[in-house]
Design a protein around this ligand. Structure first.
Ligand SMILES: [Zn+2]
Length: 360
């Protein structure tokens, strides 16, 4: 397959085709052990993938008698890891296919998203031939040999240095495109681990590329209205996304966004879809709109922002989410215009533990 089939806006993640699950499949997931808190975190964050991938995650009870696809353990004596995609089906039913070594220290979210990315068939982003990372190999070996649970030379090679080949991509074993430095599937890489000082910080949220790519790999049936312009005002000065957001129709909102609805289109009163979703307390709709790039700092004709309306409505989840995104968007806007005379920023992540391995 031509690796360029995917354009940069549809994704930069890489997947191993052999190990992909069936599109639309339900994955049954059982916990081997773990506290109630650990289990809840895993459920919460793992399911973020299935907002985009056409897969269902069903977490079964401990006494579930049938076969399961993924089994999660929390064994502190073993590394954090996951089987790659449906290779998990080759493991005995009483054995884990995924392990979390120390979720508290690892900060939960990024680690859970990363390991479940492997469980859906995603490879390490830094192993992409498109990554072109110029490793300082001696520094890499030093780093991983000196960590608390040292890695063998073979592990360091397979997990960090041994990028898969363009031949594998061309033969269709692997599907990828250019490097996504914000992916949850990339390791944090310190500037001193590369010969040119390039560094990355592992994403703690699904990046836009992660979302769009996994949605392309496990696609939902397309029910896109053809030839219908979604971004025009109707006789009531609204538009499809506006009404669906007001009524809390999360599925419809997602469908419209996928079909090309502009998340920032304005009604006749300068209201946007996010004003409605925030004002009416529809958490899922707010999530979808933000994921697709809805702006937070926008004012209606009377000067109200979505956050103002969320505060009136009183939904704390939405208030916090909007506050967080307001900051992120303000920072992103500021980064577009670097102050004169400054060097490009390198991200130093000395305070972040390096993300542990996946066994595949
Ligand atoms: Zn990994």
């Amino acid at each position: 397959m031509d690796p360029l089939e995917l354009t940069s806006d549809t994704g930069c993640l890489a997947v191993a085709r052999t190990w992909l699950w069936e599109v639309g499949q339900t994955l049954r997931i059982r916990f081997i052990d773990g506290t109630a808190e650990e289990r809840e975190k895993v459920k919460k964050y793992a399911k973020q993938w299935t907002k985009w991938a056409n897969l269902t995650m069903e977490f079964v009870d401990d006494n579930y008698a049938g076969d399961t696809d993924i089994r999660v353990a929390f064994d502190t004596s073993k590394p954090t890891c996951s089987k790659l995609g449906k290779s998990a089906r080759t493991i005995a039913q009483n054995e884990p296919t995924m392990n979390f070594s120390n979720l508290v220290a690892e900060g939960y979210k990024g680690t859970i998203l990363h390991e479940f990315g492997h469980a859906l068939g995603c490879l390490h982003e830094h192993l992409s031939p498109a990554a072109g990372i110029l490793w300082d190999k001696a520094a890499v070996y030093r780093q991983y040999r000196n960590q608390k649970k040292p890695w063998s030379e073979a592990t360091i090679h397979s997990q960090v240095l041994n990028h898969y080949t363009n031949a594998q991509v061309e033969e269709g074993d692997i599907r990828n495109s250019s490097l996504d430095g914000r992916s949850v599937m990339i390791y944090s890489i310190e500037p001193w681990m590369t010969t040119n000082g390039v560094s990355f910080k592992q994403g703690q949220e699904l990046s836009r590329m992660d979302k769009h790519f996994i949605a392309a790999i496990y696609p939902h049936p397309t029910d896109t209205p053809k030839g219908h312009n979604l971004n025009v005002l109707d006789e009531n000065w609204g538009f499809p996304l506006y009404w669906a957001s007001a009524w809390g129709q999360a599925h419809e909102v997602r469908r419209l966004l996928r079909a090309g609805a502009d998340p920032n289109f304005q009604s006749g009163f300068q209201w946007r879809a996010l004003h409605w979703a925030a004002g009416n307390g529809h958490v899922d709709v707010v999530d979808h709109l933000l994921d697709w790039g809805a702006l937070v700092d926008v004012r209606s004709d009377t000067g109200m922002t979505p956050l103002d309306l969320a505060r009136i409505n009183g939904n704390q989840t939405i208030i916090e989410e909007l506050e967080e995104h307001a900051e992120i968007q303000a920072r992103a806007a500021a980064e577009l215009v670097p102050p004169a005379g400054t060097e490009p920023a390198t991200h130093h992540n000395a305070d972040l533990p390096l993300q542990p391995i996946a066994v595949a």
